[in-house]
Design a protein around this ligand. Sequence first.
Ligand code: UD1
Ligand code: UDP
Length: 367
Amino acid sequence: MPVTRIVLVAGARPNFMKIAPLMRVLSADPAFEPILVHTGQHYDRNMSGQFFSDLRIPEPRYHLEAGGGSHAVQTAEIMKRIEPVLLKELPKAILVVGDVNSTVAGALVATKLGIEVIHAEAGLRSFDRMMPEEINRIVTDSISDLLLVTEESGRENLLREGVSENRIHVVGNLMIDSLRTHLDQALKSDPGQRLGVREKKFGLVTLHRPANVDDPKQLVEISSALEAISLDLDLYWPVHPRTRTRLIENGITLSERIHLIDPLGYLDFLWAQANAFVILTDSGGVQEESTVLRTPCLTLRDNTERPVTITSGSNRLAGTSKDSILAAWKELLAHPPAGTIPPLWDGKAGERCLEVLRKHFAAPLSD
Ligand code: UD1
Ligand code: UDP
């Protein structure tokens, strides 16, 4: 049987933990030749390289070094740089993950070259088109040939949008495969002292959504909620580069019980999530990981594209005003959410993806 060549695209921090299990299963199967392309959307060591060593991802065959810029510039740069790679390698398919600009850029170029598009983490919808990721999700799904889904809401959204059922596969959550593979190692490493975390009871913060951090008034509003919560417990905040720039630009300083630190490597951050009393975040992936770790999570947004983390997990929407965040914090203290783990978030999503791909390439869909 001929070997099926698949180009996998990774570019930004949340891509790496989804790509790692896919690279592992595809590399171990002689029926496939996976070719990893790093777009370079994220490039700092603590936003990219660290994850390759923590997650033991092989070196990418291509590094496009596309870097940052406006949405148009960044997306176009990735498209320009990935096209020659696809023309040279002529893969049977491109596999893109998540909802970042690298995802949609890879999918658009591939589909116009007649290369099949496979989207992992398809179907998630926040129904908020002001989020750049929502546009990326809708566009990528609309041109995908195979849609690999993490939770039931994703399947329902795709069916409602007219995607035929035989293209949709609920495979579970690749990000949780990585979590389950690395959790023991992360817990044993016990990096608390190195990270300067002295208290047993602490909160963990991450923020990077443009709607929360690019508008100075909104960033001040959230910061003042964090100030109030830090009266109850110390907060550790690994600051995303986008957010660090905004804090500096706007001269926002925080009390000494809010510890601003650099973005953490994967294992250190897993440790922090597992040991935190509460997580305050606007991250998509952190909502999912905290659900599996059963650490109470307050999502500082008005919506989520990952509803199962609320209906089944320990995640709660806290909104983005000081009052709504503090109300959610009080509610969490009074009634800590326990939560259960969503179906198929069991560490075997990579294997289920492989099974879907094997069947698909043995007997491709014709409609
Ligand atoms: C991107 C994704 C977002 C994802 C987030 C994860 C899009 C549209 N957004 O947002 O969905 O949740 O990554 O972290 O794809 N920067 C650095 N060093 C880096 C990377 C970025 O300094 O290694 C700075 C640059 O100034 C850059 C800015 O951060 O311009 C924003 O980076 P970008 O990738 O455009 O968007 P994110 O906010 O990181
Ligand atoms: N993460 C990390 N270090 C940090 C913050 C996040 O390793 O300092 C990991 C986190 O465990 C999860 C992923 O990054 O696996 C989530 O990425 P991010 O929040 O940047 O993006 P999103 O999921 O919102 O797209």
